[in-house]
Design a protein around this ligand. Sequence first.
Ligand code: SAH
Length: 217
Amino acid sequence: MTGSRDTYGGYRTRLVEQLRAQGIRDLAVLRAFAATPRHLFVPEAVRHRAYEDAALPIGAGQTISQPFTQARYLETLGLKGNERVLEIGTGSGYQTALLAALAEQVFTIERVRSLAETAQAALRAAGVTNVSVLVGDGTLGWSAYAPYHAILVAAGGPELPPPLVQQLAPDGRMIIPLGTKGKQVLSLVRVTPMGAHVTPIGDARFVPLVGEHGFDA
Ligand code: SAH
């Protein structure tokens, strides 16, 4: 996936070691980080910082999330490799690429067209082929390919968007930061016969989820 002219391999190995030292144990997740060229997903201006365990600006007022946060997210989803996954908030496309390494097929929605286009180009450059990108309001989901075994929302919303609950498979898992624009609780959602069951799994600080079932633009 990373090509023969990959000069970032050593940095990537160090990032994986940092994630392991911080408690990430899932081997499939660590392998996905080892195989995914984050430098292809960040703007030229911050490329030298691509393998820092830090959030970085990607344009349009948005950020690529911190790798440790993404690793925790991915560990919680517990993907086995055969799932259909929906991602809301493509951003740079980096997390999309990680999901693509961990699942069978990834459907991802981004509301900012320029970001979606840049992400698509980066995914192509990274050799990722099992991803479909849609420009639109992710709080409405993507009903054409539902149900999804896992849904990952990479922006913080005020409430659980009902369409996403409807599009989650019966044994599926959704992760979504819920709260205010400045501060959220990372929440794990499972659908049971009694309805959606929400488990808080930690504090989070994500950019706002903007849309019909999110915040106003
Ligand atoms: N995981 C991404 C970072 C995402 S930042 C990465 O690895 O780079 C959150 C993204 O969610 C932003 O790009 C923002 O534009 C997008 N977003 C916010 N509300 C959205 C919505 N309703 N539908 C789709 N995308 C949305």
